[in-house]
Design a protein around this ligand. Structure first.
Ligand SMILES: C[S@@+](CC[C@H](N)C(=O)[O-])C[C@H]1O[C@@H](n2cnc3c(N)ncnc32)[C@H](O)[C@@H]1O
Length: 280
C-alpha cells in the first residue's frame, strides 16, 4: 500500500488550495446554501487538508468523518486541525474526535482508521450528505470507482472530488528527456496502490462516467498546480518523487534519471481535475 508523509502533504497544501477550481467549488457551495447543517465523509483524509479547504464552502454546522488507513496521518490531522481552528475541544472519549470552531462554523470531527480498498461500506455507514476526497482517486482501480459511485448513489449523497491528477505534467525549462520521464511516471501510476491496477491519469474520466451512469449530474473543472520559482521546495519534491517512481519502473536508465534530476527547474505545471456530482 502506498504511504504518504505528513511533510509532503503539508508542503502541497497551499498549492492545492490555490489550484481548486472555483466553478466546481461554487457549485458545491450553492448546493448546501439553504441548509443549516451538513454531514461529510472525507476519504483518504491525510492530515485534514480537504476539510480545511472545503469547510468554508459549507453551512455553519458541520459533522466530518475523516477516513484514512494510516493512523499516524489521522493523528497528524488531529493536531493540524486543532491549530487551524479558532478553538478545539477534544471529545470526552478522546477516540471519538474533536469539536472545532472556525469563524462562525462549528465542526464536529471524527476519525476513522479504515482500509477503503476492503471496507468502503464501514466508511459510509453513517448518514452522509456529502462524500469528498482530495488527491486520492488516481490511486484507485476501475472496479473501485464503479463500486464507489454505486455506493454513493445508493445513499443519494453529493460527491466532490478535488485534485485528481489528470496526466498533464510540464516542466520549465523543458528538457528532451521530460516526455520519456513522464511516460514512465504514468506507467508507475497504473501500478497497484492497494486497490488493484490503478487508474492514474484516467481516474477523473472514470468517475464522471460512473456517476453519470448512476443518474448524476456531473460538473468537472481543471485545477492545475502552476508552480513558479516561489514554489522551490514543492518543485524539488515533485522532481524527487517523479525520479523515484520512474526508477521503480525500470523503464528509464539510472544515468538518464540522475541527469534529469539535476536540471534546475524554475517552474512546473501539474494538471488536476475537480469533479462535483449530484443526484438528479
Ligand atoms: C495523496 S494523499 C491525499 C491526502 C489528503 N486528502 C490531501 O489532500 O492532502 C492520499 C491519502 O489517501 C490515503 N489512502 C491511500 N490508500 C488508502 C486506503 N486503501 N484506505 C484509506 N486511505 C488510503 C493515504 O494514507 C493518504 O492520506
Amino acid at each position: 500500500m502506498t504511504t504518504f508523509s505528513s511533510e509532503w502533504l503539508k508542503l502541497r497544501e497551499a498549492a492545492d488550495i490555490k489550484a481548486r477550481n472555483r466553478e466546481v467549488s461554487n457549485a458545491l457551495s450553492a448546493r448546501f446554501a439553504q441548509r443549516n447543517e451538513v454531514s461529510v465523509v472525507d476519504l483518504g483524509s491525510g492530515t485534514g487538508s480537504n476539510l480545511r479547504a472545503t469547510a468554508p464552502l459549507l453551512p455553519n454546522l458541520q459533522t466530518w468523518t475523516l477516513v484514512d488507513h494510516d493512523s499516524a496521518l489521522l493523528d497528524s490531522a488531529r493536531r493540524a486541525l486543532s491549530s487551524w481552528a479558532d478553538t478545539a475541544q477534544p471529545h470526552a472519549d478522546y477516540a471519538a474526535g474533536l469539536t472545532l470552531t472556525k469563524g462562525y462554523a462549528t465542526i464536529h470531527v471524527h476519525f476513522l482508521q479504515c482500509n477503503l480498498a476492503s471496507d468502503l461500506h464501514t466508511a459510509l455507514s453513517q448518514r452522509v450528505d456529502l462524500v469528498t476526497a482530495s488527491a486520492l482517486f488516481d490511486l484507485v482501480s476501475a472496479d473501485f470507482v464503479r463500486a464507489f459511485a454505486h455506493a454513493i448513489a445508493d445513499r443519494r449523497a453529493v460527491f466532490y472530488g478535488a485534485l485528481t491528477y489528470n496526466g498533464i505534467q510540464r516542466w520549465q525549462p523543458h528538457r528532451p528527456t521530460d516526455s520519456q520521464m513522464t511516460s514512465a511516471f504514468h506507467r508507475h501510476q497504473l501500478g497497484d496502490k492497494g486497490f488493484g491496477p490503478a487508474l492514474g491519469p484516467m481516474a477523473s474520466a472514470h468517475l464522471a462516467d460512473q456517476f453519470r451512469l448512476n443518474g448524476y449530474l456531473v460538473l468537472e473543472g481543471e485545477s492545475p498546480w502552476q508552480l513558479s520559482r516561489n514554489d522551490r521546495m514543492l518543485i524539488d519534491e515533485l522532481v524527487r518523487g517523479h525520479a523515484m517512481a520512474v526508477a521503480e519502473t525500470g523503464a528509464v536508465d539510472i544515468k538518464t534519471i540522475e541527469a534529469w534530476v539535476k536540471v534546475q527547474r524554475t517552474g512546473a505545471e501539474t494538471g488536476h481535475t475537480d469533479i462535483y456530482a449530484v443526484p438528479t
